[in-house]
Design a protein around this ligand. Structure first.
Ligand SMILES: Cc1cc2nc3c(=O)[nH]c(=O)nc-3n(C[C@H](O)[C@H](O)[C@H](O)COP(=O)(O)O)c2cc1C
Length: 172
């Protein structure tokens, strides 16, 4: 089977990770694949913030958990988180950011990393704490969160998830 198709079919959300940090080389490969996602009118209006610093990772985890009123780690112990933000002046900001995350997850799988989309980035970065983080990172406070993509070396092989029937309609 074609390798790209194989990656698309085999990728699964990973929720158990080894503690070792993602290497520079693999992280850069995944980030580069993310920034090559298509965007409405080639606006490229998304920003990918890759966090490996343990303190910042903990802060993001807590901010995400707080949105749910939970105290557990929503990042499942993954050592790296890529926050995908977008400039909302573009009408396609949600679609642009989502496609970036799709690329990140497929690329991660292709290079042997595990990943999972973690929701609630919008609430995280609409908050006062989130705006302060953006400022600290030298980013415009007008950016909004689309999603978080956790990354790490997988410590599980998730089982295949059969596709629901009737989702493909062909009009010949
Ligand atoms: C928009 C979106 C939000 C998601 N948010 C979460 C989340 O907050 N936590 C989580 O564990 N998984 C999250 N997921 C992962 C889905 O649960 C997962 O993709 C789905 O169960 C299908 O499994 P698969 O990715 O292994 O095919 C999210 C996925 C998407 C597309």
């Amino acid at each position: 089977m074609n390798e790209t198709i194989a990656s698309l079919l085999a990728r699964r959300s990973v929720r158990h990770y080894k503690p070792n940090q993602v290497s520079d080389e693999l992280l850069d490969t995944v980030l580069n694949a993310g920034q090559y996602a298509a965007s409405g009118m080639n606006s490229q209006n998304t920003v990918l913030v890759a966090v490996r610093d343990p303190k910042t990772r903990e802060l993001l985890s807590k901010m995400n958990a707080d949105v749910m009123g939970s105290s557990s780690d929503p990042f499942y112990g993954a050592p790296c988180v890529i926050v995908v933000l977008a400039n909302t002046l573009r009408g396609t900001w949600v679609e642009d950011g989502s496609l970036v995350i799709g690329n990140l997850m497929t690329a991660a799988h292709a290079v042997g990393l595990g990943s999972c989309w973690i929701h609630r980035a919008r609430e995280m970065f609409d908050s006062v704490e989130g705006k302060e983080l953006l400022k600290k990172w030298g980013l415009p406070e007008t950016l909004r969160g689309v999603g978080n993509c956790i990354l790490g070396y997988p410590d599980e092989i998730p089982s295949d998830k059969p596709r629901l029937e009737g989702r493909i309609v062909k009009i010949d």
